[in-house]
Design a protein around this ligand. Structure first.
Ligand code: BG6
Length: 461
């Protein structure tokens, strides 16, 4: 008789791993305001928001949520949540008003004050170098990301930031969501700078953004303090299997690699896939081996912004072997049409990403939900829809970590309601409600929910 072996102790899975990093995120143009203060130069968003019809409600980020002046109060809110980390971005035109040339010490000083205040409150600063507010001067002189000149200048700016801030900032993200700002900004014209260029140009610009990422990685390595870590923060095309069978999972894995071939895959592997080049054909970007080497500079972690799912199944009759499924009209979504609710997205995407790109450190750099957020007569915001969304996504993230997927931290988008790009002030993503007239911040019920998750280090299901 064979003696039954005792089953290996199951990992409990009832909480996140010890030391899991809980954070929240914002970006400069969306929260700071003060666009003309302390020598800040203009950005492409300052100009774009003034084109009639571009912003849904006709607003702009001139004032945003006055974080530039209210940062101390806002840091108190981060502390109140129990977050150990805050992801913010540096506004390039504050530090270099023209993008290059003479730095502006008063601009840099804001980030010195912000970082010091975070550290004073026991919160780690996680810095993003670029969250879309390109200095307008670089757009005027070089066509922005159309030119590799902008990439080189971005490398210089990154070196400067690394030199001055990495005595206190240990973790740096390069570019936020290159996939979005390239396509929306240069392909379909709905983000700044609002251009609609042919596909070949868009592919070249995406290549330039990957090059900019690589140059920033090298600049941080060369000019940052020893031990500074650096990686991307990308809005990954979030492919997930519609049905959990080995064939569908395998097909989805290939889809994830190929759909992200123009940015994440090339930066993680230093090469474009054959399928990507074949599909792009005559529109493929022009590049050199030396550029690929820079683009593929090793990173310390992979930052993923994860929101809506795109479902896939295996398709043996199609060349690629995978098939994207159409989105049913009745698919549930939050207060933005694009924000389809698919909690398992945050399980599958990190799991497959870790396998494809062999990384042992993934951070969820954004995840969150927009809601209608009605204020009750007694001034409360009972955003149970956001709580439902977060609870389900976090449960799936917890499931991933319990299986050993190397997700090390989570930054909730967003700390505050803010200027949501083309939606203006119409979409609210914050844990804290902002009255845009008075600038008063009020915690939504979801802030208490998130505080409880952090305190228990568990999604609470
Ligand atoms: C991400 C961006 O795309 O999603 C954030 O990095 C943005 O800056 C968030 O605020 C929500 O997107 P949107 O388009 O609804 O404002």
């Amino acid at each position: 008789m064979v003696e039954a072996k005792p089953a290996a102790a199951p990992r409990s899975g009832s909480s996140f791993p010890p030391g899991f990093l809980w954070g929240t995120a914002t970006s400069s143009y969306q929260v700071e305001g003060a666009v003309e203060e302390d020598g800040r130069g203009g950005s492409i968003w300052d100009k774009f928001v003034r084109i009639p019809g571009k912003i849904e409600d006709g607003t702009n980020g001139d004032r945003a949520v006055e974080h530039y002046h209210r940062y101390k109060d806002d840091i108190a809110l981060i502390k109140e949540l129990g977050c150990k980390a805050y992801r913010f971005s540096v506004a390039w035109p504050r530090v270099f008003p023209d993008g290059d040339g003479k730095p502006n010490p008063r601009g840099l000083d804001f980030y010195n004050r912000l970082i010091d205040e975070l550290l004073k409150n026991g919160i780690e600063p996680w810095l993003t170098l670029y969250h879309w507010d390109l200095p307008q001067s670089l757009q005027d002189r070089f066509g922005g990301w159309r030119s590799t000149e902008t990439c080189k200048i971005f490398g210089d700016y990154s070196a400067y930031v690394a030199e001055h801030l990495t005595d206190r900032v240990r973790n740096v993200f390069t570019l936020n969501e290159s996939g979005r700002f390239v396509y929306f900004g240069y392909g379909i014209g709905i983000d700044a700078p609002g251009l609609t260029l042919p596909q070949a140009d868009v592919n070249q610009i995406r290549h330039n953004s990957a090059l900019a990422h690589g140059l920033a990685v090298q600049a941080v390595r060369a000019h940052g303090r020893r031990g500074t870590r650096v990686g991307p923060a990308e809005n990954i095309d979030a492919c997930i299997p519609a049905i959990d069978t080995p064939e569908n999972v395998r097909a989805t894995e290939i889809a994830l690699r190929e759909l992200n071939a123009g940015y994440l895959n090339v930066i993680m592997t230093g090469r474009y896939t054959d399928a990507f080049l074949k599909y792009a054909g005559a529109d493929a970007p022009k590049y050199t081996d030396a550029e690929l080497k820079v683009i593929g500079s090793p990173v310390d972690f992979l930052g993923l912004n994860i929101y809506a799912p795109q479902h896939y199944i295996v398709a043996s009759d199609q060349g690629a072997g995978f098939m994207p499924l159409p989105i049913p009209k009745s698919f549930p979504h939050m207060n933005s049409d694009w924000l389809r609710v698919g909690p398992e997205t945050i399980y599958w995407v990190p799991k497959l990403a870790a396998k494809i790109w062999k990384t042992d450190a993934i951070y969820i750099t954004e995840n969150g939900a927009s809601g209608e957020d009605q204020v009750t007569p007694d001034g409360k915001i009972y955003d149970t829809d956001r709580i439902m969304y977060l609870r389900n996504y976090l449960a799936q993230l917890q499931r991933a970590t319990a299986e050993g997927v190397p997700v090390r931290g989570y930054f909730l988008w967003s700390l505050l309601d803010n200027f949501e790009w083309v939606f203006g002030l119409n979409k609210r993503f914050g844990l804290y409600h902002v009255n845009f007239d008075t600038q008063v911040r009020t915690p939504k019920l979801s802030a208490s929910f998130y505080r409880n998750v952090i305190a228990r280090n568990a999604a609470g299901v």
